[in-house]
Design a protein around this ligand. Structure first.
Ligand code: NAP
Length: 486
């Protein structure tokens, strides 16, 4: 039976709440995963916003859900769960009394505070929740990236959160971890002897993890120019995916055991210092170019600035120095304004050790496991097989589709839905622990410091391409190439 809860959405009018959180909660309701006496409390700063909130949320749902997901009748029932609260986090205290009133009659059940607001007001928000006696034993807080700007500032945020919530009640979200294929990847790894035996540097040639975006700065110019791709994408999403790919089998899938294994990976990442940064990392920044046959402006034009050294692209050759992965490279890449939007993990196996066929059968390609996280979610294993329609032996690459999309064609994957329900059920296995945040910054900070000290300038790439040519050269030096999304 689903657990009843109250969820306060601070930042109820924001992009995250309207584009992701409300649609995810609606989906959960539609699928029968929400207890019907639960309450969702979006917080608006302005009374005018609070008055029109429910209608705005309905409009947002229509835009952000798939066409066949929205239904007026269902919305009517779902909207009964919405209790809009008008409150300015930084304004005088009497605003908070409205929230205190809401909770005065419901004291025992799970209480979730989702901080979908700028990190600068996390601390003030938690402090006032505490002063008002709103935090109880079943309270949880959910925070989004960016968690700080470096190890020091992340630590400050985490220390402040820890004043009001114990670590086990703090849920740091990385929505990539809520994706169905990421969980399927873990199921594949840890439930199949086949993969477990073939999951190391002896069998695998290399692993690529790429997250490419087609968007530019959108409305985040100021934030992004301070941040850059290394902090915005590598420190969190790419390193989290790397952890799940590279970690040892945990004793069980408990949050603690998974976290211990992920931290070992982060701590085994070979530190990148001094000139190793130049050798193994490519930074880029886009200039104007054609994206889907539309001319889009360059980074500086979008930023409306004469110059900026911020990277919008990073490609990294990383190593994990442990028994399993010794000597095998992991190539990580992310960028804005790239040719296609795609998040994909490619596990490229080694070539067979001996070719038993002659050249006439065609090229024997190494096996490849391709895990796509977006735009669609899929898992494919590329194998060599005999061409069926020829008498003479000819080989061809064949794809084994592990997504089961035929069986589950009505399945709508929603990472936020999954993660929000995990918060309700107090399952933190797919969330990020404070120690993981520290370990990730410990690897990233020296790289960024080196760039700053060396006054490193990013290499330019045209919008609508796959990044600077130096990123291709990074792999070409190893006789490899990027698997760009088709
Ligand atoms: P946003 O669109 O700028 O929304 C911010 C929200 O915070 C708005 O509802 C705003 O209210 C509210 N707010 C700001 N100051 C407040 C105050 N003093 N009292 C009460 N409410 C206040 O930002 P967002 O994109 O939704 O992002 C929210 C958080 O999630 C940020 O920490 C962001 O870094 C993180 N995040 C967002 C995304 C995403 O996809 N959007 C992805 C990853 C992480 P008003 O409407 O009244 O201004």
């Amino acid at each position: 039976m689903a657990t009843s809860f109250d969820m306060v959405l601070f930042g109820g009018t924001g992009d995250l709440a309207l584009r992701k959180l409300i649609p995810a909660l609606y989906r959960a309701f539609k699928d029968g995963d929400l207890a019907e006496d639960s309450r969702i409390l979006p917080v608006c700063r302005q009374q005018a916003d609070a008055d029109s909130y429910v209608e705005n949320a309905r409009e947002a749902l229509k835009i952000h859900l798939k066409a066949d997901e929205y239904c007026d009748t269902l919305w009517g029932r779902f909207s009964q769960l919405l209790w809009v609260v008008c409150l300015d986090i930084t304004a005088p205290d009497e605003h908070w009394d409205l929230l205190v009133d809401v909770f005065s009659s419901v004291t025992e059940r799970v209480r979730i505070f989702y901080l979908a607001v700028p990190p600068a007001i996390f601390s003030r928000c938690c402090e006032t929740l505490s002063e008002k006696g709103l935090i109880h034993a079943h309270s949880r807080v959910v925070v989004e990236k960016p968690l700080g700007y470096n190890a020091e500032t992340a630590n400050e945020i985490n220390t402040k959160l820890a004043l009001y919530f114990p670590e086990e009640s703090i849920f740091r979200i990385d929505h990539y971890l809520g994706k169905e294929t990421v969980q399927n990847l873990l199921a594949l790894r840890f439930s199949n002897v086949l993969f477990e035996c073939l999951w190391d540097a002896k069998s695998i040639d290399h692993i690529q993890i790429s997250i490419s975006e087609t968007v530019g700065l959108e409305n985040r110019a100021g934030f992004y120019d301070e941040t850059g791709a290394m902090r915005d994408m590598v420190q969190n999403h790419l390193l989290q995916l790397l952890c799940l790919i590279a970690m040892e089998s945990p004793n069980s899938m408990s949050a603690r055991n998974i976290r211990l294994e992920k931290i070992k990976v982060l701590e085994s990442l070979r530190p990148m210092v001094g000139t190793a940064v130049d050798k193994h990392i490519v930074r880029g920044q886009y200039v104007a170019g054609n994206l889907n046959q539309v001319l889009v402006p360059g980074y500086l034009e979008e930023l409306k600035a004469a110059n900026s050294g911020t990277e919008t692209f990073v490609a990294i050759k990383a190593h994990i120095d442990n028994w399993r992965w010794a000597g095998m490279p992991f190539y990580l890449r992310t960028g804005k304004r790239m040719e296609k939007r795609c998040a994909e993990i490619v596990i490229q196996y080694k070539k067979v050790s001996h070719q038993v066929y002659g050249q006439q059968v065609g090229e024997v390609l190494p096996n490849r496991l391709v895990i796509r996280l977006q735009p669609e979610e899929s898992i494919k294993l590329v194998l060599m097989a005999k061409k069926m329609d020829s008498l003479a032996i000819k080989l061809q690459a064949a794809e084994l589709n592990l997504t089961l999309s035929d069986t589950y064609d009505s399945f709508k994957s929603d990472a936020y839905k999954r993660l929000l329900l995990d918060v309700v059920e107090n399952n933190s296995a797919l969330f990020i622990h404070r120690e993981e945040v520290n370990a990730a910054w410990a690897w990233v900070d020296p790289i960024i410091d080196y760039w700053r000290q060396a006054k490193d300038q990013p290499q330019l790439y045209r919008a609508g391409t796959w990044g600077p040519t130096a990123a291709d050269e990074l792999l070409a030096r190893d006789n490899r190439h990027w698997f760009n999304a088709q």
